[in-house]
Ligand binder design. Structure first.
Ligand code: CA
Length: 236
């Protein structure tokens, strides 16, 4: 009997020990998971993470080039942002020539207007133009950037935007654009864009994503090119 009991208690000890080991393993795994989770949150906060491309709502954004191209470039911009103006002048034409016109990439624009009230006016105009005539959008986009006024001034007035459309963008019903700006007809679309930016932690402009991967320096064209080429290769 005594022997049996001793054996039983040795077994119990073994069970208890293995349970302690199990608990240790479980706690270690939990600890690592929490640490990794925190790391992911920190990474997302600095904008280093690849994002879920469904969030961009590609279908409802202006697109340049072949929608079915293997690489999708997304720019978040504010028409009042001088760096966005520089992006339009220096990087956009190269992307267009090297990738968009070649059918290798398509480009999308999403509003992130935050510099002034007139950033929203310009965004509303862009959405209204796009709704009227999707083909005309990119001409309007470039025209507004090229006629950008000083950041601190309220220059993106309905009058100026209508005048620019009339002068520079063929295929726009200017009267309709005026009405749409007066009634803020596209406020929902602009708010939706702002919500996308907020959800994806886009806190500066221009912010560019290549197939959902954030671009560190939009003016480092070699790096940008490499990213696009890598994504195109993956799709092959
Ligand atoms: Ca939009």
């Amino acid at each position: 009997m005594g022997k049996k009991r001793k054996k039983a208690s040795v077994n119990q000890q073994k069970i208890a020990r293995s349970q302690r080991m199990q608990n240790l393993v479980v706690f270690t795994i939990l600890g690592v998971a929490v640490a990794l989770g925190l790391f992911a949150v920190i990474q997302a906060a600095v904008g280093g993470d690849e994002v879920d491309t469904d969030q961009f709502d590609y279908e409802n954004q202006p697109v340049l080039g072949d929608k079915n191209a293997p690489v999708k470039i997304v720019e978040f911009g504010d028409y009042k942002c001088p760096v966005c103006k520089r992006f339009e002048a220096q990087v956009f034409p190269r992307l267009k020539k090297d990738f968009i016109d070649q059918g290798k990439a398509s480009m999308y624009f999403i509003n992130n207007p935050f510099i002034g009230d007139d950033s929203v006016t310009a965004a509303l105009a862009g959405e209204a133009v796009y709704r009227q005539n999707p083909e005309a959008f990119w001409k309007f986009y470039s025209t507004v950037y090229r006629n950008q006024g000083p950041e601190q001034q309220r220059w993106a007035t309905p009058e100026l935007l209508i005048q620019l459309a009339k002068k520079e963008v063929p295929g726009i019903d200017v009267k309709k654009l005026k009405e749409d700006l007066e009634s803020q007809a596209d406020l929902k679309a602009v708010d939706k864009d702002k919500e996308i930016a907020r959800k994806l932690n886009v806190t500066s402009v221009p912010t560019v994503f290549i197939n959902g991967k954030p671009v560190k320096d939009v003016f480092d064209y070699e790096a940008l090119k490499k990213m696009i080429e890598e994504e195109a290769k993956k799709a092959r």
